[in-house]
Design a protein around this ligand. Sequence first.
Ligand SMILES: NC(=O)c1ccc[n+]([C@@H]2O[C@H](COP(=O)([O-])OP(=O)(O)OC[C@H]3O[C@@H](n4cnc5c(N)ncnc54)[C@H](OP(=O)(O)O)[C@@H]3O)[C@@H](O)[C@H]2O)c1
Length: 298
Amino acid sequence: MTDQQHKTSVTVIGLGAMGQALAGAFLRAGHPTTIWNRTPGKGDDLVAAGATRAGTAAEAARASDLVVVCLYDYEVSRAVLGPVAADLAGRVLVNLTSDTPERSREAAAWAAEHGIAYLDGAILVPVTVIGTADALLFHSGPRAVYERHESTLKVLGGNTVYLGEDHGLAAVYDNALLDFFWTSMYGLVHAFALAGADGVKGAELAPYMSALLSIFPAAVESTAVEVDSGEYPGDQAPLVTEAANVDHVIHASVHRGLDVEALNGIKAVLDRAIARGQGADGWTAIIEAIRTPEARAH
Ligand SMILES: NC(=O)c1ccc[n+]([C@@H]2O[C@H](COP(=O)([O-])OP(=O)(O)OC[C@H]3O[C@@H](n4cnc5c(N)ncnc54)[C@H](OP(=O)(O)O)[C@@H]3O)[C@@H](O)[C@H]2O)c1
């Protein structure tokens, strides 16, 4: 028996940068792999490596019991999968497209209506990390379906995590981590702009950014404890002091003609928290103001 004969056949629908990486990982692990993409001409390397190119999405869906989808968003995934629902019936569909929990749950309801076993997923790493031990991917949906295909799905990443039966969970974790990532990445670039306005090169500032990052693991842990307990000790750094620090950054940025919309948003949240009487609490106390944006009107 060859390696491919006892490995689950997989179809990958969507050959963007990520879909190609997924199909490549399945192929490298010896899974017979069928591929399809709306625009022809993508995936020639995959075909050269042994993938089968399906002529239509319906043909791709029928080619394997396990169908993995990775498209631009759920609107696109609806447009591609809707017309092939009958071809997917009785198979396992794993949607690794990123979007919101609501759209994942809608997709799960649609799949249930059509007799398709459905897992929702999210990919948390760039294409170059796919197929390695470090690749973080989330899955949610029926546990039995996940467990049946766990070893095949783990080909995509050693750090593949099953989160639970609620199909929206993968997107919940994905959105939360992206929230942290994008707001942090915005701050990173803004900081370079701020120092750069006074002639400081990126390379001159970078070592100190890295030093600052070393406090993040402990900050993540302690913030999680505070969020879960609802207690926000501020004895070392109360919100009123932190608000003054944010104000200094805003003033320096305005003085240099930089955009301050995001910083003003942070300052507005801090001001609302202080107005609620939380000025002596620590930074995590802003979660109350984040949870009640309607308080803005008051
Ligand atoms: N790239 C990454 O590093 C990365 C990391 C984590 C998560 N993700 C997620 O993975 C998903 C795919 O990302 P990607 O980087 O592969 O995106 P991409 O390179 O932009 O590919 C998008 C895919 O969607 C298809 N598509 C777009 N509009 C379509 C339509 N109207 N009808 C049919 N197909 C359509 C494209 O087909 P055509 O070739 O025909 O346009 C292509 O297959 C996204 O949800 C993304 O957030 C990506």
